[in-house]
Design a protein around this ligand. Sequence first.
Ligand code: S3P
Length: 434
Amino acid sequence: MSSKKIFPAKLGGTVTVPGDKSISQRVAMLASLAEGTSRVVGYLNGEDARSTLSAMEQMGAKAEFKDDALYITGVAGELRQPEEPLDMGNSGTGTRLLAGIVAGSGIEAAMVGDASLSSRPMGRIRQPLELMGARIGLTGKKGTLPMMIAGGNLQGIGYLLPMASAQVKSCVLLAGLFAEGKTTVIEPRPTRDHTEKLFQALDIPIQINGLEISIEGFGKQGPRYKARDFFVPGDFSSAAFWIVAVAARPGAELLIENVGLNPRRTALLDVMKRMGADIEVSVTEEKGDPYGTIRVRGAQLKGTVVEGDEIPNLIDELPIIAVAGALAEGQTDIRDAAELRVKESDRIAEMVKNLQLFGIEVDEKEDGMVVTGPARLKTPDAVIDSHGDHRIAMSVAILNSFSDGAITIENVGCVDTSYPEFWQHMEQLGGTVE
Ligand code: S3P
């Protein structure tokens, strides 16, 4: 099992983070269904994005990396039945979105994953897919992987999402591409809209009316659209670690270029501003999924409340927001975030435990936590285990840059799912990692 030793450091400088995980995986799926070859620049070279791409290759797409770009040749709507189970690794997004495509396409496939993915709830996609007419078997103990999908002949449905989840929304919309008639999803709160933006870029007819999104199905022959070129901006959720590392240190400065700025992803910036950080954003490209530059100047932060509609738009940033809370004056109260308990790990329990190891005052709540700062960090004697959760590993590494001793984080291979260059970038920004 791999581990890393992290030393205290004042981080700052300039960095470009790797491609967005959510967009990369959606591009892999949609380019694989297209007619012709798509050129993709910025595709994430991380394990989750690779698992999804391999699954698409198993179903007939062709993928080749050449001269810094990825070329995907699609199947023009007609997927091939895979000979082996699709191994989705650690990827919840890959599994849930692809389940919609497989269910629509009329092939039969099994999906498996690693221990973390195999403990995550899949009943949330089984329900709408079964309503559309697919057969979904979840052979794990608690509505979990392995999953068997037998689809085809889907009917459009109207579906009120029981939770604010872009993965479930996208699963239903992707299945809706293959359905007869119209499929409508209604979200309880706005979530990331990369799928919708990509449908628009591919001229797939989609109607968006506030929280109601509809798509007219192509029927069981599958969607017909032409390949195109894609640019995947840097992943805001990867940038978030450096944003907090610098925002919480008076005098520190950071510049991040070509990073995704979709407003459904960047609520962390509003939180950091409320906490007192000095942040400037400039948009380079507004069309499609926007991206640009973020400049951060550090300050003494103060606590805030994070809740409600903001939650889905910073769901993956909550572990690092808890770190910001520990460094801020007063209380940082995270609420309405019970979804965090079913991510790659139970991120509420894991962050509470890890913050306590550093001597930080934190109260665990069913749907969040209350962190009281500013903490005088006590370097833990214990080795910290990421429990296979990339965002926990990276959040603890950033927290320790503010301590006065070295710590060891175990089980850090998971960082490769979203940000393989993380340790190298930490050194580039002035950190020491062994
Ligand atoms: C994602 C949606 C979010 C997020 C995940 C990626 C996506 O999950 O946590 O990392 O790409 O759609 P939920 O939509 O299930 O909350």
